[in-house]
Design a protein around this ligand. Structure first.
Ligand SMILES: [Zn+2]
Length: 330
């Protein structure tokens, strides 16, 4: 079967698993920033090779690295991915304000210069204005223009936490996805990450242009973000893909199980998302979000205890309902 595609990863955050990280998202973020500041090209080169290897073992054969640690570290991530044998798209983050000094570029032009440098290295690249928190409106306009003119993916966090929405409304008078629309950042190559607290109008804007949403349910649960709006996305036909995000878990089948679980709990029904559709969220939709036409397949170990005795025709459903990524082999 097609390999799974991890459309949203901050791979260094794997180091944080098991750490309490305070009482809410913002307290966790403080701890995350400390970990980010410890990173170097050497640490990224060695640790990412291990963690990309874990992704490969769990059935992910391609990954979008949403990267805000700096350009030398982006090049190190590309080397690590090559060693681990996973296809990589570097989603290079634009960061105009907030965060750590190492995240930030001096201007939108300086960021686009970094994109050019990374592209010239041979890496596959997407543009990732980090969020409406981190990018002023004029940055968003410049980045949207460049991405769509060059036919590159544009990924952006939006509506993960209520506070971000309140701040956006206070600054711009509109909600985050409305601001992305106003600044020319929405199109078919756009992937909005999370959209947990997006309202109906924001989701309509995504549906109107054929944009995607990347859901990261194990991370969203771990961070207390809220429930992904699975039913509202399905209603509007908005394509969904998945990401391991903070990498508290590395398991595409668990992400998909969580999505279907959210939909079941919300609706009181079973088999809300047809299994073929669910599996396409884990593979083809993620590849489309990253601008990949091809990516490696995986095999299913039918003799694995999790699948022993399951009728062949039930295997796709059994993968999602009862298996972990260790039944998938490269
Ligand atoms: Zn993220």
């Amino acid at each position: 079967m097609p390999g799974f595609v991890n459309a949203h990863s901050h791979t260094f955050q794997r180091a944080l698993r098991g750490r309490a990280g305070g009482g809410d998202f913002w307290a966790w973020r403080d701890e995350m920033l400390l970990e980010a500041d410890r990173q170097s090209p050497d640490s990224v080169r060695s640790d990412y090779a291990v963690w990309y290897g874990e992704m490969r073992s769990a059935g992910y054969t391609a990954v979008g690295e949403f990267h805000y640690l700096g350009l030398p570290e982006a090049l190190a991530a590309a080397e690590a991915a090559a060693e681990a044998g996973i296809d990589l798209v570097v989603l290079l983050a634009a960061y105009g304000r907030g965060g750590l000094p190492r995240f930030r570029q001096d201007s939108a032009d300086a960021f686009l210069g970094q994109v050019d440098t990374l592209r010239a290295s041979g890496a596959r690249v997407g543009l990732a204005p980090h969020s409406v928190r981190a990018c002023p409106a004029d940055w968003l306009e410049a980045i949207g223009t460049y991405a769509f003119a060059e036919g590159l993916p544009l990924h952006v966090h939006a509506d993960e936490q209520p506070r971000e929405i309140e701040e956006c409304v206070a600054e711009h008078g509109v909600r985050p996805i409305e601001l992305l629309a106003r600044t020319g950042c929405l199109g078919p190559a756009t992937t909005v990450v999370h959209a947990t607290h997006a309202d109906g109008h924001e989701l309509d804007l995504l549906a109107d242009v054929g944009a995607r949403v990347c859901l990261c349910p194990t991370t969203e649960a771990d961070l207390g973000d809220g429930y992904a709006p699975v039913d509202a996305l399905l209603e509007r036909g908005i394509p969904i893909c998945i990401g391991s995000d903070s990498n508290v878990r590395i398991d595409p089948l668990e992400e998909l199980r969580e999505l279907e679980g959210i939909a079941r709990r919300a609706s009181g029904r079973r088999n809300v998302i047809p299994v073929e559709t669910l599996l396409s969220f884990g593979a083809a939709e993620g590849a489309a979000a990253l601008g990949l036409d091809r990516w490696p397949d995986v095999s299913v170990a039918l003799e694995h205890p999790s699948l022993a005795g399951v009728a062949r025709s039930d295997v796709p459903s059994a993968l999602v309902s009862g298996c972990s990524g260790d039944v998938l082999t490269g």
